[in-house]
Design a protein. Structure first.
Length: 271
């Protein structure tokens, strides 16, 4: 039994897709979330900058003495996972491996679509993982740089004509390639799942990378005997690097509970 919290981070709201699943499958665990809202989006940045930001994000979360750190960000998982693992003596989980496993299992026709940020697509990390897990799988990848801004601005609901138009343009080549499985390779994208799913049609399975990662973390903690055996609901705290207000509002809608009292702004550059 280990009552230490699980640390989770992302550039902004996207990592809440992992938090929601972690809280659902391990309600007794304490979670500490950091959203780097002062520096979002991460997806268009160079590897050097991303590694620097990610080091600070992990250093902040480590002040809570976490038993594990979840990189609930496709961009950081695909560019900085190895560096973070080498430097930190705490288990660090990324989203690429569990998502690639899920896609490899789900696809029937061997054609997998992948959408993510520019940095994620440039890294080729999902393609490498899929080639190892299911040789011969065909991946059609598309960077979707505008989607994170739409999500951070709350523009992700069906009927939002701007969101629908942009999604349909981005997904056109993936649809044309006949993909039967689509990896939502950025943790922000499941917030616009309804729009993406309507565009792809009913026969296509969507892989939520945050959700897959959360399930993998649970499995690992179970295996390693690191679960919190304490009864009752765990505490969830949220930290952001820009003002807490906008984050609280959208996070409360997405998580289905009012988190306003648990959100605090910090200076991430101090870590
Ligand atoms: N949610 C993140 C990801 O999964 C980062 C998006 C961004 O900040 O550009 O890639």
């Amino acid at each position: 039994m280990d009552t230490r919290p699980i640390g989770v981070f992302d550039s902004g709201l996207g990592g809440l897709t992992a938090v929601r699943e972690l809280a659902r499958i391990m309600p007794e665990e304490d979670l500490v979330y950091f959203g780097d809202t002062g520096r979002v989006p991460y997806g268009g940045r160079s590897k050097d900058i991303l590694v620097r930001y990610a080091r600070q994000d992990v250093a902040f979360l480590r002040t809570f003495n976490p038993k594990a750190v979840v990189i609930a960000c496709g961009t950081v998982s695909s560019t900085a996972l190895d560096a973070l693992r080498e430097e930190n003596g705490v288990p660090i989980f990324g989203v690429v491996e569990p998502a690639a496993r899920a896609a490899a299992q789900l696809t029937r026709n061997g054609r997998v679509g992948l959408i993510g940020t520019k940095a994620t697509i440039r890294s080729g990390a999902y393609e490498r993982a899929l080639a190892r897990l299911k040789p011969g799988v065909e991946v059609t990848a598309r960077a979707c740089p505008l989607l994170v801004s739409l999500v951070e601005n709350g523009r992700f609901s069906p009927g939002d004509i701007v969101a629908e138009t942009i999604v349909s343009e981005y997904l056109a080549p993936v649809k044309a390639a006949g993909a039967d499985t689509l990896i939502l390779g950025c943790t922000h994208y499941p917030l616009m799942r309804a729009v993406i799913s309507a565009c792809m049609g009913p026969g296509v399975s969507l892989v939520d990378v945050g959700e897959q990662c959360a399930r993998w973390v649970k499995q690992q903690l179970d295996w390693d005997g690191l679960r919190n055996g304490r009864p009752g609901a765990g505490r969830r705290r949220y930290y952001v690097s820009d003002s807490a207000g906008d984050f609280s509002e959208l996070a409360s809608v997405f998580l289905g509970e009012n988190v306003a009292g648990e959100v605090e702004q910090i200076d991430i550059t101090a870590y």
